[in-house]
Design a protein around this ligand. Structure first.
Ligand code: ZN
Length: 270
């Protein structure tokens, strides 16, 4: 009798073990803990509300009464974590949704464009790297759930894989890069240029080129600058086939084909 009892315990153990290896449901506790950790690694207070919603297909981010909400379909997250056999799949999906909040997309609800989706994919790659996932783990959700073909809102899988990889690598290179105070500017900037009606700032460099800075602080060099041959001007510069002239009072002038002078901005020495 005792023997039979032991045998049956053994079988119960086997059955339990088999269930373990099939994965587990992604519980509400897991979802809340995942969001809490993603936000923690972002250095932000945990002011997101995470909750289940069985009437949606996947996951969404939106603002309701000034609260930032992440809703997910528990079956979708469970299915994807069982299929991938890792919780990183669900975590990366939640990170993507948090990205919609952090990128400000939910402040102005509209149909998200492919660029918005790629921004959030990049963020999910970045934050998963910070949380200790491997690159394969950061990509596992997209490799299971990502659409092969681009849809109206979601870009094709290859682009999304690229965005996640870029985010992942930027987190890794951040860890490897020197402290911020040791970073030097990529160019020596000599003058600041502003054109009327253009919110961007451009710079003359000591290489006699023009530079614009993107939001990754990457200096993009274009055009060329020359000392002006006429004494009532300081510089002339060229880009997009057109020449512009800087006068002694720092005004930028364009001269039309008809010889008309138009003041179009300012060029100030730094
Ligand atoms: Zn999205």
């Amino acid at each position: 009798m005792r023997f039979i009892f032991l045998i049956s315990l053994f079988f119960i153990h086997l059955v339990n073990h088999a269930q373990d290896s099939l994965g587990h449901d992604f519980s509400e506790e897991s979802a809340k803990r995942a969001v809490f950790n993603i936000v923690r690694y972002s250095g932000l207070p945990p002011n997101f509300v995470t909750r289940e919603n069985t009437s949606i297909k996947t996951a969404i981010a939106f603002i309701q009464k000034d609260q930032r909400i992440i809703e997910y379909n528990p079956e979708f997250l469970s299915r994807i974590s069982n299929k991938s056999e890792t919780d990183w799949a669900a975590i990366s999906i939640l990170a993507h949704e948090i990205g919609h909040h952090l990128m400000g997309h939910t402040l102005n609800p509209r149909k998200y464009g492919p660029g918005d989706e790629l921004e959030c994919d990049r963020y999910s790659g970045f934050i998963l790297a910070k949380m200790g996932a491997t690159l394969d783990e950061a990509l596992v959700a997209i490799s299971i759930a990502g659409l092969e073909q681009a849809s109206k809102t979601h870009p094709e899988k290859t682009a999304r894989v690229q965005a996640i990889t870029l985010g992942y690598k930027s987190a890794m290179s951040l860890d490897a890069s020197p402290p911020l105070e040791l970073l030097e500017d990529q160019f020596e900037y000599t003058h600041k240029i502003r054109f009327d009606g253009d919110p961007n700032t451009y710079y003359f460099t000591s290489n006699m080129t023009i530079v614009w800075l993107d939001e990754y602080a990457q200096a993009i060099e274009f055009g060329r600058v020359e000392i002006h041959p006429k004494s009532d001007y300081t510089f002339k510069f060229q880009f997009n086939e057109a020449w512009f002239h800087v006068d002694l009072a720092s005004g930028i002038w364009s001269i039309t084909n008809y010889g008309v002078f138009m003041k179009i901005g300012r060029c100030d020495a730094l």
